[in-house]
Design a protein around this ligand. Structure first.
Ligand code: BG6
Length: 488
């Protein structure tokens, strides 16, 4: 345990954790819900850990999944049954002292037909209960409106986000949520990790025309529609309740130059621009940055931008910068002799100075302090760390305990660096570590890649009692929150 001489965290710092509906909820066909992209992704035990390969969901896979009666083949259809166990799970979060719980709402529950005239009341009643349960314990519910779970019906009927029609449908969905949860939910995130869209276009944009000659243009067009949707949602949220706080969010791919060669530094700058800053610039500065226009020009990408789009984006920017932080990467102008390793959503070049977890994701706590300074300096808006952690294998001991010093080590080092960033002067609103309870991995659909303070008795094939068990890290995080970060 590290004792920091004093806590750098303000007394209202929001400590907590984050889950997504599509990895935790299960109950994939209950109460009228329709199918989403993650629910057609199978668990693949032959997964190569050395590189990250995005599963390219195509129509064949979707059709096969639709006709496959065996839900057990698709882990995200069962999740960890949060749908029926949320009370127990939220009680455990409360026991750790969570001040905030980040959770996503499944669009495919609320509007199962995509363009239904009215929302599905049963779905809303479920989310009413989740939100009320948080409030019962004095926990802020922080809601992600769309987290990697594009409803397939929106692809069937409209072709996903490439079609501008999705802007209206999304805004309608947002309107339902903002009105229903007025006075209950204050913090919202429009799109989870919006910069993942170009790498994981099925679950983010619902665009799977990989062989189309203008595929990349389609992605950026879909993204433009999401930017417009985010600006309209932000405007609406502020009109409905001026105290609403709307977050932009990226998975920050922090990058360093491989050497001090100017060419490597330039490559780093370009990588940072198009992998991270582009998205945050549009959502926070309210305009397409010059380098993105050059990128589009060089690639022959032409976006269809309607009158009023740019004005809306300029006038309704986000209130805070949300980011997830998992692993950093390196940039080099000469990558021939570099080795690849896996990382979040895409492979990255190995940094010889960093260790990695068993999935190859490099561990870099100092990168978190660096990134917080970078982001705060650029946008001058409060930052919210919406995800941070690492997957580990855990062992359930015969006496029912789980000893996970590796998790404590990872998190304490990252939280320490977050504290140092605050001491540097960065305004950090809160920290929702990723996966306070074990759930299905987004990338690999496995259960054995565990993130939680709470162990869930379920294996990769869905076998187990689903019993919830407190790991050692549960008590550690409880103490971190109790001491407001003074004891790590
Ligand atoms: C983030 C996602 O990118 O990474 C989460 O927002 C995801 O949904 C997390 O679970 C970790 O990735 P994985 O593949 O280890 O689950």
């Amino acid at each position: 345990m590290t004792n920091m001489s004093k806590s750098h965290f303000s007394k209202d710092f929001l400590w907590g954790g984050a889950l997504s509906a599509c990895q935790a909820e299960g109950a994939y066909d209950v109460d009228g819900k329709s199918l989403t992209i993650p629910e057609v992704m199978k668990f693949n035990e032959k997964n190569d850990r050395k590189v990250t390969k995005q599963i390219r969901v195509n129509w064949e896979m979707i059709e096969e999944a639709r006709n496959d009666p065996n839900a057990a083949n698709y882990p995200k259809r069962r999740g960890i049954d949060f749908y029926h166990r949320f009370r127990e799970d939220i009680a455990l979060f409360a026991e750790m002292g969570f001040k905030v719980f980040r959770y996503s709402i499944a669009w495919a529950r609320v509007f199962p037909g995509g363009d239904d005239a009215t929302p599905n009341e049963k779905a809303l009643q479920f989310y009413d209960q989740v939100i009320d349960e948080c409030l019962k314990y004095g926990m802020e519910p922080l809601i992600t409106i769309s987290h990697f779970d594009t409803p397939i019906v929106l692809m069937d009927k409209f072709g996903g986000w490439y079609n501008r029609k999705l802007v209206d449908l999304y805004v309608k969905y947002c309107e339902v949520l903002f009105n229903r949860y007025k006075g209950k939910v204050k913090y919202w995130v429009t799109f989870n990790e919006i910069n993942m869209s170009v790498k994981a276009s099925a679950k983010t944009l619902g665009i799977i025309d990989y062989d189309a000659p203008n595929y990349e243009e389609m992605l950026f067009q879909g993204l433009h529609h999401q930017f417009v949707a985010a600006s309209r949602a932000t405007r609406l949220a502020h009109e409905i309740d001026p105290s609403n706080k709307i977050g932009s969010m990226v998975a920050y791919f922090t990058t360093y130059p491989y050497t001090c060669k100017p060419e490597d530094a330039l490559q780093m700058q370009q990588d940072d621009q198009m992998k991270n800053q582009f998205y945050l610039d549009v959502l926070n500065k309210g305009e397409y940055p010059y380098y993105s226009k050059t990128y589009f020009k060089n690639k022959g990408i032409h976006l269809h931008i309607e009158d009023g789009d740019l004005e809306g984006i300029r006038s309704h920017t986000a209130d805070f910068v949300g980011m997830s932080y998992y692993n950093s990467m390196i940039s080099s102008s000469d990558t021939e002799q570099l080795e690849l390793t896996a990382g979040n959503v895409h492979s990255v070049y190995k940094n010889p100075h960093l260790p990695a977890n068993e999935w190859g994701w490099q561990i870099d706590p100092i990168g978190l302090r660096y990134t917080l300074n970078l982001v705060y300096d650029r946008y001058q808006k409060p930052v919210f760390i919406l995800e941070n952690s690492s997957g580990f294998y855990d062992t359930l001991n015969e006496d029912g305990t789980v000893n996970d010093p590796y998790r404590i080590d990872f998190l304490s080092k990252h939280i320490e660096q977050m504290g140092l960033a605050i001491a540097d002067g960065v305004e950090v609103l809160g920290y929702t570590m990723w996966g306070p309870i074990d759930m299905i991995s987004s990338g690999t659909s496995e259960m054995s890649k565990r993130y939680g303070f709470i162990y869930v008795d379920q294996d990769d094939y869905g076998k187990g009692t689903l019993k919830r068990i407190r790991k050692d890290s549960f008590y550690w995080y409880q103490n971190v929150i109790r001491t407001n970060g003074a004891e790590l």
